[in-house]
Write a protein that binds this ligand. Sequence first.
Ligand SMILES: *[C@@H]1O[C@H](CO)[C@@H](O)[C@H](O)[C@H]1NC(C)=O
Ligand SMILES: *[C@@H]1O[C@H](CO)[C@@H](O)[C@H](O)[C@H]1NC(C)=O
Ligand SMILES: *[C@@H]1O[C@H](CO)[C@@H](O)[C@H](O)[C@H]1NC(C)=O
Length: 387
Amino acid sequence: MRLFMVFAIVIFAMPITGFGWAEGSNILLDPDLMCKKTRRLRGKMAEICRRDSALLKEIINGINLGFRECEFQFRNRRWNCSTLRKSMRKILMRDTRETGFVNAITAAGVTYAVTKACTLGNLVECSCDKSHSRRNGGQPQMVNAVTAVAALEKQQAVFERNSTKNPQKKGNGNRKRRLLRNIKFPDGEWEWGGCSDNVNFGFRHSRIFLDSKYRRRSDFRTLVKLHNNMAGRLAIRDSIRLECKCHGLSGSCTVKTCWLKMPSFREVSSRLREKFDGAYKVVLRNDGNSFMPENEHIKQPSKYDLVYSDDSADFCAPNIRTGSLGTQNRECNVTSQGPDSCDLLCCNRGHKHHIVSEWVNCKCVFKWCCEVTCEKCLERREINTCL
Ligand SMILES: *[C@@H]1O[C@H](CO)[C@@H](O)[C@H](O)[C@H]1NC(C)=O
Ligand SMILES: *[C@@H]1O[C@H](CO)[C@@H](O)[C@H](O)[C@H]1NC(C)=O
Ligand SMILES: *[C@@H]1O[C@H](CO)[C@@H](O)[C@H](O)[C@H]1NC(C)=O
């Protein structure tokens, strides 16, 4: 009887996973399928998926930005965030800390790319945030830290009310404080400058595109995934800062204008990599809709932390099931003590030494103005690669 039930579940489960999404495909690997395969596009998703949508292009740019940064952050590690499909597909099907990082960095990438596109005026749907710099009858409106905080808090409250059905959810106050805590306001009075990064628009569209397919599900993996997506977006939103410029005779700074600006994406990705190193292994709570650290002596992860539920492979040898490509032939560093050391990277299999010749730019000349021309030289370089 039991055997029969298992059999029946398998039969019924198959058409469900096959519906809409081919097995093993993923929004991140096939972002345009999201628009093509979702049967009935409604509301915001339909807006994003309009034909030739510039917004969809920015979303896809953002996903690619996330992948490129992931490759950069992990270039020296056994798992190097290779975006080879056969590997990344498996990484995304599991729920390891690698999965969590990829989800977070791509959700951050979408937030970043869409926000930048708004600021640059590349999207009709949004622009940079000029709401603070409105002036009273042509008079510059001076603000200080107190009035600026009040204005930003008010704006954030409107956004939260607009974008969540239950804005009184606990923790909103905290979120607000955290957002503003990282902003350093200058002393004295200043003016809002023209164009602030409008993170809320990017934040919302990252969420619509990457999360909405999962919103109605409440299984454990979905909880983990949505948490990591949010951690990625918050890594941008809550590290926004104020950039100021002085005007006036020879730097006298009689007038100061300031605007909100996102940190560089490299800075965001570095912070997320630290979160990867300190990621929390979590298990489902008894209530069935939240998680807690597997180790009960560890504090609850915050919304900025990354979480996962599966242990990672060691990524030493190729493995079709885990998506590991192995480290054979990877270049290692004999003098390093870090993860790219030959011992660690090669999993103690040893390494071989060779000399390679490479064409590099050389004899570069700076031409007035402003061009650099180089010759190509053949250079010999010693390298070590894993056996
Ligand atoms: C509120 O949401 C609507 C539609 O979702 C949007 O058009 C509007 O700009 C939002 N307002 C603010 C202040 O975010
Ligand atoms: C990442 O690792 C794979 C497998 O070892 C290797 O083929 C690839 O060249 C590496 N990518 C980079 C950018 O080093
Ligand atoms: C190897 O590691 C050392 C020590 O960390 C570092 O100074 C050096 O730049 C590395 N070499 C390469 C080729 O990355």
